[in-house]
Write a protein that binds this ligand. Structure first.
Ligand code: MN
Ligand code: MN
Length: 341
């Protein structure tokens, strides 16, 4: 197997937790070595993943391009201030990056080698301690900059509230596909407007409800669901997907969105907790990782941005971060094939 290249990035201005190690020569040298060893044997890696906090390269594996040359920009939005049940999603950008080192650069499913794709890992936005409004604004501004430069944004949450900040950077007439166990359509949660339970409602203020579809739900407040129906929010619940199959759901959504470009937001809790236990608000009877793959594959020619939210490492044994990292890699590969190859 080929060895990993060492990190040779521009110094990302928003790096917070990663900043020190990238700027310190010693650690940076150490990272280079670890990057090389990490690719030598996956056993080494698996061992490392067990502890998760060792000397891992701090960037997403194979994100070796500079900001200017990259098509895809990965950035962390480490935020979990509004999480209602379990906190810890702010640590997910780090563990997803670590998990990304588990994989071969080549993917037999897509027949793409990630080495051939220009990806840059920008590091994390400095939002951890902000009030939700400030986090939203920073995420919005940063994503706008990426879109101005014709980059494809890939955000690592953080909780689901980050997505409305990202969406504000896009034109209002895009479609938003949310894969989620929850409908997230509350007007507010407590007195909080930007709570993660209100994500879709906030997104709808930008795109309109008619441009949103939520797939995989199996949890909603009674009034919330009533409200969603009244607002004509398209959703397909997990029980219907189980009965009719994922392709039926995909076709329903495809018809609804017509030819629109699609922003895809993946709340990892849409996947059954048996596959993805490390999440803030787990909900049984979820869809499978293969269902998510099918969605990504089907819409790959229309997808214009992506985020993975609600991974919560403190309730994980590594498998949820691994799954998130693999799905990100897969999405990059299939989108690249359709748009840039
Ligand atoms: Mn959600
Ligand atoms: Mn959810």
């Amino acid at each position: 197997m080929e060895k990993r290249k060492s990190p040779e990035h521009d110094s990302p201005p928003y790096y917070s937790s990663c900043k020190k190690s990238l700027e310190t020569n010693d650690l940076s040298k150490k990272q280079k070595e670890v990057g090389k060893i990490a690719k030598k044997t996956s056993y080494f890696l698996l061992k490392k993943c067990g502890t998760m906090d060792t000397d891992f390269p701090k960037y997403f594996a194979d994100a070796e391009s500079t900001f200017d040359e990259a098509h895809f920009i990965i950035y962390g939005v480490p935020y979990d201030k509004t999480s209602t049940f379990r906190k810890g999603a702010k640590d997910a950008p780090k563990t997803i990056r670590q998990a990304s080192w588990n994989f071969e650069t080549y993917n037999i499913k897509t027949d793409v080698d990630l080495k051939d794709i220009k990806i840059h890992d920008y590091g994390d936005l400095d939002v951890k301690n902000n009030i939700p409004e400030t986090m939203i604004k920073k995420t919005w501004m940063f994503t706008s900059k990426l879109l101005d430069k014709k980059k494809f944004p890939i955000a690592l949450g953080g909780e689901h509230s980050i997505t409305s900040g990202i969406i504000k950077a896009f034109p209002r007439d895009i479609a938003v596909l949310s894969l989620d166990a929850h409908i997230d359509f509350r007007q507010q949660y407590g007195d909080e407007k930007y709570n993660h339970a209100c994500a879709i409602r906030r997104i709808a203020e930008h795109t309109g409800t008619q441009n949103i579809a939520v797939l995989g739900i199996r949890s909603a407040d009674k009034d919330e669901l009533k409200d969603a129906k009244k607002s004509n929010l398209l959703y397909v619940d997990a029980y219907t997907i189980r009965k009719m199959g994922i392709h039926h759901a995909i076709e329903t959504i495809d018809k609804h969105f017509e030819k629109k470009q699609i922003y895809l937001t993946l709340d990892i809790d849409v996947i059954d907790p048996a596959y993805a236990p490390g999440t803030s608000t787990p909900e049984p009877f979820g869809i499978t990782p293969f269902d998510v793959l099918d969605c990504i594959d089907f819409f790959s020619s229309k997808i214009i941005g992506f985020d993975v939210v609600e991974v919560c490492p403190s309730y994980d044994h590594g498998e949820t971060s691994i799954l998130a990292a693999k799905l990100i890699r897969h999405l990059i590969e299939v989108v690249w094939k359709k748009r840039y190859a």
